[in-house]
Design a binder for this molecule. Sequence first.
Ligand SMILES: [Zn+2]
Ligand SMILES: [Zn+2]
Length: 179
Amino acid sequence: MDCPKCKTVHLRATKLEQGLSAMGCSNCGGAVISLLYYRDWLERSAVIVDEDAFKPSEMLEVDESHSALTCPKCKKIMSKYKVSGDSNNRLDLCASCDEVWLDGGEWELLKSLELSRDMPKVFTEEWQRKLRKQALEEVREQRLLKVVEQNEIEEIKRVREWLNKHPAKQEIMFFLNHE
Ligand SMILES: [Zn+2]
Ligand SMILES: [Zn+2]
């Protein structure tokens, strides 16, 4: 198998963690991992606490392949799945082979986000929908920031949260709109 990014570099057996085998590229630091092995590793290492995990607040800047990658095994185009709202990184998945391509540093990124033991979650529609919702909220907030101050945003969010929970939300909105 050759590296889907570097093309000509041969992938070699490596380990992402103790007991978690992958095929890695010595050139770009990326690795392809079988979800079958991954699930097996999860079960076997369930009791071990990940002591060298990064703190969630630490955000890593890691390399990200923006162009579509072909699966090193079956050569089909891999699908990209955004990891989090704060990073541009995407995991590449080949659904046919059940294999994931991690760019160099992305395993560490997953650890920093406390997702390394929850990786398949990234491939769910629910997770992706949540990220899209966050991104939209971010856009709306940026738009609002052009006309109000940052501290007002906090107040507006607080009021919105209160309003959303209120059983008379519609009536209050009507009242506010018709002063
Ligand atoms: Zn490579
Ligand atoms: Zn494949």
